[in-house]
Design a binder for this molecule. Structure first.
Ligand SMILES: Cc1ncc(COP(=O)(O)O)c(C=O)c1O
Length: 400
């Protein structure tokens, strides 16, 4: 695949830091041993800090889709009504899954260019005076479009109308990259996975669970076995799992949590916002259009870029891959061929980003896509004008 490191600039899986790779490079241990229990307890406690909750977090050996299913089957019953918002491809897939479980979904239509509108959610809930809606299910960061939904505002809207629905949130591509507060926002189930903000390979799915969701799981009528929270929580209390866990991914998780906490979550979130803003500076300079049209919803994790009419995004991505050994994210379903996505999450810093943007800009030139050169300079200028740290950035000139 060419020399040097492949640039994996898709919005997940994100590159795995060397520190995490080294942490996983361990012999597999007995998952019934005291040594494993210590690891289990550490990651189950540590994950709570990343979800910003004091309640239980369960970890499945699964992709994010499995954790979506766990959220549904542990809380809802066939025939239940839920409210979802069409923010993009992933909201649509979660809706499809809910329907397959016999859930009646009121799917607020969207144009794939913004996050969920808290006002529209409030209107639907206010009209539901009989409280037929059992859950509001939102994708926090819509990875297909690069738009983030304001979950705190949605919680405020739900409280304002006093609606008792559960709030379930897909944090699959936001957790560990975008500020997310499971407890403060009274989210009932937060769904996530390992291969995005946690900077791990794919293979772990997460549910952070509120007491209200736990209570719902005691009476709901959905059949389940593998995904059953109760089966998981019992052995978790001592650091164990009900079946063979993904031991080496848990070693990686322990390291990834340590890295996020060492940097400090507020710094992690600020870094992502800064890199995203620098990316938009480049895209705007190129004269291309960012898919997300609502500045409040711009994603800190990825930027989806619209190709000029007549130019195919997938052919462009191939030019970039063939020439510069960099993978960009493809457009999914409705926007296939129309957008490419630049991931700037996880193990990403100023120089990684600038190299990625350089690859995009050179790709535009090689592919003959109309654009204004100098987007990378615009991103550099953005970053230069906002130096990090408390020390004065400008050097004093001293007489020699
Ligand atoms: C927002 C969102 N939800 C759900 C999924 C599905 O997760 P997985 O592919 O791990 O099953 C993804 C995957 O990219 C995603 O970005």
């Amino acid at each position: 695949m060419g020399q040097g490191r492949h640039f994996l600039q898709i919005p997940g899986p994100s590159p795995v830091p060397d520190r995490v790779l080294r942490a996983m490079d361990m012999p597999v241990i007995d998952h019934r041993s005291a040594e494993f229990a210590e690891l289990g307890r550490t990651v189950l406690e540590g994950a709570k800090k990343i979800f910003q909750t004091s309640g239980p977090v369960v970890i499945f050996p699964s992709s994010g889709t499995g954790a979506w299913e766990a959220a549904i089957v542990n809380t809802l019953s066939p025939g239940d009504k839920v409210l979802m918002v069409e923010t993009g491809h992933f909201a649509t897939l979660w809706r499809n899954m809910a329907k397959r479980w016999g859930i009646e979904v009121d799917f607020l239509p969207g144009d794939w260019r913004r996050g969920a509108d808290p006002g529209a959610v409030e209107g639907k809930l206010a009209a539901d005076t009989s409280h037929a809606i059992k859950a509001v299910m939102i994708v926090h960061n819509e990875t297909s479009t690069g738009a983030t939904s304001r979950i705190g505002d949605i919680r405020v809207a739900m409280d304002r109308v006093g609606h008792p629905a559960l709030l379930m949130v897909d944090t699959i591509s936001s957790l560990g990259s975008v500020d997310y507060r499971h407890e403060e926002w009274k989210v009932d189930v937060s769904v996530s996975c390992s291969q995005k903000g946690f900077m791990l390979p794919p293979g772990l799915g997460f549910n952070a669970i509120s007491q209200k969701a736990l209570a719902a799981s005691k009476t709901n009528k959905m059949p389940r076995s593998y995904w059953d929270w109760e089966e998981m929580l019992k052995p978790n209390a001592k650091g164990f799992f009900p079946y063979t866990p993904a031991t080496n991914l848990l070693y990686g998780l322990r390291e990834a949590i340590a890295m996020l906490l060492e940097e400090g979550l507020p710094n992690v979130f600020a870094r992502h916002q800064r890199l995203a803003a620098a990316t938009r500076a480049a895209v705007n300079h190129w004269g291309l259009e960012v898919l997300c049209q609502e500045p409040k919803d711009f994603s800190p994790v990825l930027t989806a870029v619209l190709m000029p009419p007549g130019y195919d995004a997938d052919e462009f991505r191939k030019v970039v891959l063939d020439n510069f050994n960099m993978s960009l994210g493809s457009g999914l379903s409705k926007v296939a061929g129309k957008v490419f996505r630049i991931g700037h999450l996880g193990e990403c810093n100023e120089l990684t980003l600038l190299a990625a943007l350089t690859g995009v800009e050179m790709g535009l030139a090689v592919a003959g896509v109309p654009h204004r050169a100098g987007g990378v300079d615009a991103a550099m200028k953005f970053l230069e004008e906002r130096p990090k740290g408390n020390a004065p950035a400008r050097l004093k000139v001293v007489d020699s």
